[in-house]
Write a protein that binds this ligand. Sequence first.
Ligand SMILES: [Zn+2]
Length: 358
Amino acid sequence: MLTILHQIPEGFTDCAPNDLNNILPGPALIHLDGKLKEPLLVSILLHGNEPTGLLAIQLFLKKMQGKPLPRSLSLFVGNVTAAQQGLRHLNHQPDYNRIWPCDQILSKDEAGDESQSNTPEHAMMKQIVEIMRNKKVFASVDVHNNTGLNPHYGCINKLDTRFFHLATLFSRTVVYFIRPKGVQSMAFADLCPAVTVECGKPDQPFGATHAADFINACLHLSEIPSHPIATHDMDLFHTVATVTVPDHISFSFIDTESDNDGKNESRLTDISFPTTLDHLNFTELTTGTTLGFLNSDKTKIPLLVTDEHGQDATNRYLNLEAGELRTTREFMPSMFTLDHEVIRQDCLGYLMERMDWK
Ligand SMILES: [Zn+2]
């Protein structure tokens, strides 16, 4: 299902994400030669509703037009069919950033059932890793957007100074995680320094220029330094848990400023979150912070918190008090979102702790 090209197809640099399917039949790996042979891998549109990667590559290619690249570039254009519809992925497709080969799978449980890990998409990601291994991939950059209010930051899956250098070239805010599994940056972490860059919301033009500048900077690196990074150059956080809303739990968002009487229709759902939930992202929450209001059963926590080893850790982080869902310890959320589809297809957000890396 993968198309392999050796030049940028006609019309690509001006194409809107929802028209890409007129230019590419599906996922494509495009190899462009540069002065230094070992290629930088850039992947874009693994999520079809996250256009910043495409916009960034278009900006970069326009800037480079006519000039030789300082280093070879392999560009993976991911979910072209989902991009046509502006969706993360289509219903019959797996999530393109959860299906990369991963040696670190801890238990059979986490690996999921075999039938779900043997899709053509899984095979394609494996194929790309093998192609890039043979090409001696220099570094890997996977470009994403998110839906909540978040700073721009880089994610890494290995605590290694070369990864720190690559990630801080994008932002001083760096997040280390080992879950979810099957993400692109985790698959490449065994081959080269690899980072996922989170470029804010899809409609912010600064995300594209920032990512384009970063790609440009990566292509101009002759090597990635391995000397230690200065303490003041990086804020490192560790994603310790994922928060999900189980399928049978209904949820809504309420404006807590104007709706304290509880008579709003949204209170008919099992739980209501404040519409300011995503304002908590990347802020250190004190114990007892309210995250939601229970409307039906007030005896059971309606969310699931899963730690980085796949274990239920709900009671470690959350409790119920006076009909409210509150935090039981200090942590910092990331990617808390108000987007129903993202919450249903992926998660409500992540919990992080500040990390000492020295
Ligand atoms: Zn994404």
